[in-house]
Write a protein that binds this ligand. Structure first.
Ligand SMILES: *[C@@H]1O[C@H](CO)[C@@H](O)[C@H](O)[C@H]1NC(C)=O
Ligand SMILES: *[C@@H]1O[C@H](CO)[C@@H](O)[C@H](O)[C@H]1NC(C)=O
Ligand SMILES: *[C@@H]1O[C@H](CO)[C@@H](O)[C@H](O)[C@H]1NC(C)=O
Ligand SMILES: *[C@@H]1O[C@H](CO)[C@@H](O)[C@H](O)[C@H]1NC(C)=O
Length: 234
């Protein structure tokens, strides 16, 4: 039985869709050519970024089984250019490279990782880089953002899916679309109207994502353990 990481969480689909379609509305891959994924799981989002063509994708996980599965899935998609690194958020080598874009889906789920992940972003995101994180809206998010205060707020894009409702407040602006709640600080790099138009389709497009990305689901499902704290699988 593979671990929770092998499951396709909703957040992973959102990130995958974003990576597949980012050039349609942001030209992300030309603006931010080097990309680091934190906690790649089964590799779907990194594969999507690689299919996108222009990103130099480095995908990481603490669990080598996740990297192995990601490689298998990349091979199913004929994606051979992805770089794989085992990465411990609590012990990032100082010579680990810096990146233009750091992405992660469902990585803010353990309180004892908040400081490590935020330090990683502060240390390894290039000066004009951007971090894109997707989360169902877990209780740790505000605390996590506190740790990232040193970074210009326009460089963090946090997208929340609607499955868990959250009560974030004040300096955030909510954009409610059909299925996805987009929470971003004002003046975020992604224009709200455009992102609204694009994110609207996320959930209804899961089948289409799976048409484009071939993921080996065998043994990937973990059915009984999915409580709200960890999000939902589909
Ligand atoms: C993306 O880049 C291409 C070519 O550089 C350009 O034609 C297009 O308008 C850009 N798209 C957006 C949404 O900025
Ligand atoms: C892609 O990124 C990896 C990891 O940082 C780096 O070693 C490699 O040189 C990069 N490749 C290109 C073509 O920039
Ligand atoms: C991968 O390449 C093989 C051999 O060229 C081809 O048959 C297959 O359809 C490709 N798979 C995808 C997902 O593009
Ligand atoms: C999918 O994974 C299973 C279990 O690891 C493996 O037996 C099977 O060969 C894989 N399928 C493909 C198409 O890679």
């Amino acid at each position: 039985m593979r671990g929770l990481w092998a499951t396709n969480w909703i957040s992973g689909f959102i990130l995958t869709e974003l990576m597949l379609r980012s050039n349609e509305f942001c030209n992300f891959s030309t603006e931010y050519p080097s990309l680091l994924e934190l906690g790649c799981g089964n590799g779907m989002s990194s594969i999507a970024a690689a299919i996108n063509g222009k990103f130099n994708v480095s995908t990481t996980d603490f669990d080598n089984n996740a990297l192995t599965l990601s490689k298998e899935n990349a091979a199913l998609n004929n994606q051979t250019s992805i770089n794989y690194f085992t990465l411990n958020w609590h012990n990032v080598p100082s010579n680990f490279p810096e990146f233009d874009m750091i992405i992660g889906a469902d990585i803010i789920y353990m309180r004892n990782s908040l400081i490590s992940i935020s330090n990683l972003i502060l240390n390894k995101l290039k000066p004009n880089g951007i971090a894109i994180l997707i989360d169902p809206g877990r209780c740790y998010v505000e605390e996590f953002l506190e740790h990232l205060k040193a970074i210009n707020e326009n460089r963090i894009l946090l997208l929340f899916n609607l499955i868990t409702k959250t009560n974030f407040k004040n300096n955030f602006k909510f954009v409610k679309s059909l299925n996805v709640l987009i929470l971003q600080k004002l003046d975020s790099v992604v224009d709200i109207e455009r992102s609204n138009a694009n994110f609207k389709v996320f959930y209804s497009h899961i089948d289409k994502i799976l048409d484009q990305i071939h993921v080996n689901f065998t043994e990937n499902r973990v059915s009984d353990n999915c409580n709200l704290e960890y999000g939902f699988s589909v």
